[in-house]
Design a protein. Structure first.
Length: 265
């Protein structure tokens, strides 16, 4: 029995990536493993609905309507909407990159990023996926995920990241244990530029980790230990806004990170 129509339609949409933003019909058919006639029929339906848009040269791109639907995700737009005032405050303090990510499958998905025009180059875009093993937000999310996910990742060969390499299983377990205990992850990389990233978890009302917040600055410009209080304070403020009940010791907030409630937000 063949695949359901919806699965085949989704397989067409899945062929679009950051490197393949525009594809013609034959490319879609080949990449998705569908017969040309089937691909044509599905592409027409997806275009009529707005999931795809056809360019003048005959190639197809992802349609705006998919963004409209995706923006309704409570783990994406919902968290982002609550976190945004705090992201802006943190950005004003650091003037580099501020990232907000959530766990999706075996990756982190970047749902927001505030960056200055002069900020150092980073590899990830809003809506893009980030590896869990080798990014600060990824390590925060992985350290607070179930052991099954970690085991799945350890059973797959690690793909080295340019300018960073990878972490052996024993080393990764040790790093995640430290992240879990300290509540912060620090990752340095050399590509696409020399940076240090500091991340902390954002907790939801149920106590679970709903997202991870990080700042990325040029390495050696600011010592990591000076960045940790800023990220922790912002993450805690967002957690409170999501309904998380902090312990008494968790109420401390860095004075430079404003509380949006003071501004009537």
């Amino acid at each position: 029995m063949g695949q359901p129509v919806v699965v085949r339609a989704l397989s067409l949409l899945a062929q679009f990536t950051e490197q393949r933003r525009a594809l013609n019909l034959s490319e879609l058919s080949r990449l998705a493993g569908l017969a040309p006639a089937t691909a044509l029929r599905l592409v027409r339906h997806l275009t009529e609905w707005g999931a795809l848009e056809r360019l003048e040269d005959g190639r197809y791109v992802v349609g705006v309507r998919l963004w409209e639907i995706a923006s309704l995700s409570p783990r994406g737009h919902g968290v982002r909407q609550i976190a945004l005032p705090y992201l802006e405050d943190l950005y004003e303090v650091t003037r580099h990159h501020v990232l907000l990510s959530v766990l999706e499958g075996r990756d982190a998905v970047l749902i927001d990023r505030l960056s200055s025009r002069t900020a150092t180059e980073v590899a990830y875009r809003v809506g893009g996926r980030m590896p869990l093993r080798t990014t600060a937000v990824g390590q925060v999310l992985l350290a607070n995920a179930g052991p099954e996910l970690l085991q799945e990742l350890l059973e797959d060969p690690a793909v080295p990241e340019l300018g960073l390499g990878t972490l052996a299983a024993g080393r990764l377990r040790a790093v995640l244990a430290e992240v879990k205990q300290s509540g912060v992850a620090v990752v340095r990389r050399k590509h696409p530029s020399r940076t240090v990233s500091v991340a902390a978890p954002i907790h939801g009302a149920d106590g679970g980790v709903a997202a991870a917040l990080s700042i990325v600055v040029p390495d050696a410009e600011t010592p990591a230990h000076e960045l940790v209080p800023l990220v922790r304070a912002a993450a805690r403020a967002i957690s409170r806004s999501l309904g998380h009940q902090m312990k008494a010791s968790g109420a401390w907030r860095h004075p430079q990170v404003q509380d949006v409630r003071r501004r009537g937000g």
